[in-house]
Design a protein around this ligand. Structure first.
Ligand code: CO
Length: 161
């Protein structure tokens, strides 16, 4: 196993590209998932997407401290989102030193494939739901800095100026 280099910067083209669906889970992809888990843990991250290590494919990993059963998510899709939202301060391994309050759905239902190609569905909430939404944003080239401009909180406070 090896530790991978993390891509950084809000204008980094790799982080801004929409990642491609994985058509076949090869040994290379399984190895990449293992290296991503090692890289995430070493950097004290709670989630890490493939684009953050330079591969624009739809896969992310979640820290085993949050996700006991599933750590590897391939071609993930959110199939349900709660109307209820929560705001919490978030950071990102690709934007060192930046922390922003981000509003996200409190609960989500997700489907994905594991590293062996087996489909699973999960209902998750709180930090786990937040992390998955953050990682899916990565797969679509979206970073936390993009969420600030769209948030209602920001619009509201601007009106008071
Ligand atoms: Co991130």
């Amino acid at each position: 196993m090896s530790t991978l280099t993390i891509q950084t910067g809000k204008n980094n083209p790799i982080l801004r590209k929409k990642s491609q669906i994985i058509k076949e889970i090869t040994e290379e992809i399984q190895l990449l998932a293992k290296d991503m888990i090692e890289t995430m843990i070493k950097n004290e991250g709670i989630g890490l997407s493939a684009c953050q290590v330079g591969k624009n494919i739809r896969m992310f990993v979640i820290n085993p401290q949050i996700s006991k059963k599933y750590q590897v998510f391939i071609n993930p899709e959110i199939i349900k989102k709660s109307k209820k939202t929560d705001s919490m301060e978030e950071g990102c391994l690709s934007l060192p030193g930046e922390f922003h309050w981000i509003k996200r759905a409190s609960k989500i239902k997700i489907k994905a494939l594991d590293e062996n190609g087996k489909q699973f569905k999960l209902k998750v909430k709180e930090l786990w739901a937040r992390t998955i939404q953050h990682e899916i944003d990565h797969l679509n080239g979206v970073l936390i800095v993009d969420k600030l401009l769209n948030s209602k909180f920001k619009t509201k406070s601007l009106k008071h100026l």
